[in-house]
Write a protein that binds this ligand. Sequence first.
Ligand code: GLC
Length: 423
Amino acid sequence: MSKHRALFAAAALAAPLVLAALPACAQQTNLRIFVGGQQRPDVMRKILDLYQSRTPGVQVEVEVGGATSDQQQQYLNTVLTSHDSAIDVMLIDVIRPAQFAAAGWAEPLDSYLGSERDAIMARYLPAYREANIVNGKVIALPYFADAQFLYYRTDLLEKYKLQPPKTWEELSAAAKTILAGEKNPNLRGFSTAGAPIEGTVCTFLVPMWGAGGQFLNAQGKPDVGTAAGKKALQLWTDLKASGVTPANLAEIVTDRIRVDFQSGNLLFAMQWGYAWNRFQNDGDSVVKGKTNVVPLPGFAGNQPATCIGGWQIAVSAYSKHKQAAVNLLKFLSSPEISKMQAILASHLPVFAEVYQDPEVLKVNPWFQFARNVVVTGRSRPVSPDYPEVSEIIRTNINAFLAGTRSAEQAIADMNTRLTRVYR
Ligand code: GLC
């Protein structure tokens, strides 16, 4: 029973006559928010408890679903295409606002934000402000930022007197030295996403951008068959051939990288921000105090790149409680909650100033440089057809990593099919 209802019931028992004086309080709004398993529903619950304590008459239930960005979206596709009003608010990946806007799934927020609209949007880091405004309309508000970093085992690098690698070449050499020295059959050198999931799009784009490539050429057409695209795939071929990556890289989903690293079986991991908190706090983590984070490596002579990620909060166009949902959004997308998430979940802030907060830096010392990584990171292609773009890239990269498609075939197939999407 809610606090409010409990009070109401107690009042009813003690003094039935007073009841008639309380009808306005009896109004109760129930909201439901959809969150993926990887976005710390436990932390969301704590945040919502705080909201409920400050907002009498509103109860928010958390619905958790989907272990990957794609699975979450599959679920939302079903709910939203059937115009189901059961979900009021949903977390959506940073790649999705354009798709949500085109499908009419997210309630545009402009009229709710009113005269505060521009001031509210101006507070966010530019990449997140831009990602959430589609054709001039505010489609969602940022919840947390994200980027991929290189996590590494400080104890093992120190043992072999090695510095954290700045290039992929150094990473490969360090991994070979340590794997040969450790002779631990469970230890793998480096892992990243390889399964046919959203994260695998970045497994291609990061080294392609890092080799100087662009997703679209000057004419706005996909351009992945360049020397940079080939160099990206050659990197994974070489790391696999030298036994640095796990043999089953084509099965690795995002959260599996975290599990492998925190059980002590990975030396280097290309992973998103949330993993840090899990490494430090999970009961089964054996890497607490033996982990550090640095920017991803690049190729010698080129600027390193990273993929921008992150999660946004949208109001369903089919919600029956839109104003209450927008009120909740404003709270969830505030500096106060960004700080709370940073401390409880190492979710990267969407506000520049939260990166500097001493309490945030105390638990996440690497946030010192993380803001710059986020600000200089690259966005995946922005398009209402992004689901198709993603599917073309991730299935080809997955087949290439599984060894069922050559690098040439994967690149040729991506180029042909992406060109059709961007015609
Ligand atoms: C993280 C990122 C998200 C990305 C996903 C891929 O959750 O925040 O943007 O798409 O990982 O696995």
